[in-house]
Design a protein around this ligand. Structure first.
Ligand SMILES: Cc1cc2nc3c(=O)[nH]c(=O)nc-3n(C[C@H](O)[C@H](O)[C@H](O)COP(=O)(O)OP(=O)(O)OC[C@H]3O[C@@H](n4cnc5c(N)ncnc54)[C@H](O)[C@@H]3O)c2cc1C
Length: 409
């Protein structure tokens, strides 16, 4: 297909955020095109690996439960539009000290947004979730009945399909090289042609900085890991070993869920914010290695989840793209109103992708937003740098990273 044409909006990058933005824009009857550098639902970015956790009582920001609620409505709408199962709400348990983030943060989020969660005593946690060992005697839990899992590859395909049904044009296998201002809009340049658009949504994930100079969004490598049960596979299926987030230390949690979709249990340790080298997504090390990818988690599993074989059955590299404060960048770029961002997932973005797509679509059309968006506005850091002061290599890196809570699920 020849790359060319005039559009109301061009969406660059059709992963989690971009595919949803394309759908929400196309649903409004706008003339839209989406451009993806690889094939749809590929495994080279941030949206592969069969599952992502879903929660309503999100603890990463007080406003996120409203975004998750809006997203759930849109996930269900997308399922109905495409006849696809995308979101399976199994319920989930958050485990840890009563004052820790996993438990107290979930309770706070639920209280603020009137979400029904149930607090469990230490004895109730041990009785209902016997797979979890090594819990401190005072650790309790919060049961979130709305938690569950999403299917990322199916979701990307479904959103692009739904966008196509509403008239969107899709160019895959085409890399955007530049977005040049052009009067009131922009020219989106590729090796094989150019597209003219009034607005451009840049949703390029780990590649966000390549097309929008000055944006602060740092990709880091994080592995996806699956672990087989040692001797009781039935104890680690999704219905018996559902979604969980478990306190590890002040900064980090262990997260995961039971076997499903032909894969064994998935478990991760959120990355240590103090030791995350920024990576170049075009030169990511895609091999997996025990020392780098799972040695630490394997040692933890021996005492925390002893029913799992601590050597992973499967491992795959993935990337998280961190903003300066751990929240997404969704909305116009300061000083470049023709360009909007939808990115900086900060490790917890998949569940919110339709809500972020909707925010961007409303920003394009000027419709009022249905949820609070100030904490996602690329201009929230002030100054002229979308997404805040550059973190790379600066002393402030430590400060900025300590303040944020990346790598949640
Ligand atoms: C290990 C791990 C576990 C996670 N767990 C969870 C979880 O449980 N729950 C949750 O909600 N979130 C989770 N996340 C976060 C979630 O996966 C991300 O928020 C989400 O996938 C990010 O989507 P994105 O659209 O920003 O990036 P992507 O999905 O990677 O999309 C960006 C797209 O842009 C394309 N692109 C880039 N540059 C160009 C260009 N120049 N031209 C054309 N196309 C381009 C890329 O090829 C890619 O397809 C996890 C992330 C990781 C790494």
């Amino acid at each position: 297909m020849t790359v060319g044409g005039r559009y109301d909006v061009v969406v660059v990058g059709l992963g989690a955020f971009g595919s949803q933005a394309l759908w929400r824009l196309a649903r409004r009857g706008l003339r839209v095109a989406g451009v993806e550098q690889f094939g749809l639902a590929h495994a080279l970015g941030s949206s592969h690996g069969a599952t992502r956790l879903f929660r309503l009582a999100c603890l990463e920001h007080p406003e996120l439960p409203a975004l998750a609620t809006a997203s759930r409505r849109l996930w269900r709408e997308l399922e109905a539009a495409t006849g696809t199962d995308l979101l399976q709400q199994t319920g989930g348990i958050m485990i840890g000290p009563p004052e820790g983030r996993a438990v107290a943060g979930t309770v706070r989020a639920a209280d603020r947004h009137a979400l029904a969660v149930t607090t469990l005593s230490p004895a109730e946690v041990s009785e209902r979730f016997p797979q979890h060992a090594g819990l401190a005697p005072h650790w309790g839990g919060v049961w979130d009945p709305d938690a569950g899992i999403l299917r990322p590859e199916a979701a990307v395909r479904a959103a692009v399909e739904a966008a196509g049904a509403s008239g969107a044009t899709v160019f895959d296998g085409v890399r955007v090289r530049a977005i040049d201002p052009d009067g009131s809009g922009a020219v989106v340049r590729t090796a094989t042609g150019a597209l003219r658009a009034d607005r451009v949504v840049v949703s390029t994930g780990a590649w966000l900085t390549a097309l929008v100079p000055g944006v602060v969004a740092e990709p880091v490598r994080v592995p996806l890991l699956w672990f087989a049960a040692r001797s009781d596979p039935a104890g680690f299926t999704l219905d018996r070993f559902g979604v969980f987030i478990r306190h590890y230390d002040e900064e980090r949690t262990i997260w995961g869920h039971g076997a499903t979709l032909g894969e064994p249990a998935k478990v991760g340790l959120s990355p240590d914010p103090r030791h995350q080298p920024r990576v170049d997504p075009d030169h990511l090390d895609r091999s997996v290695d025990a020392a780098t990818d799972w040695a630490h988690l394997s040692a933890v599993l021996g005492s925390a989840l002893p029913g799992l074989d601590p050597v992973p059955a499967r491992a795959a590299p993935c990337m998280i793209t961190n903003s300066a404060d751990g929240q997404f960048l969704a909305g116009p770029v300061p000083g470049r109103p023709e360009v909007l961002l939808a990115g900086a997932c900060s490790g917890h973005g998949f569940k919110h992708a339709p809500g972020v797509g909707e925010i961007v679509a409303r920003a394009v059309t000027g419709e009022p937003q249905e949820v609070e968006t100030g904490y996602l506005d690329p201009a929230r850091f002030g100054g002229d740098r979308p997404g805040g002061r550059s973190l790379a290599g600066a002393d402030q890196l430590v400060v900025g990273r300590t303040a944020q809570r990346p790598g949640r699920s």
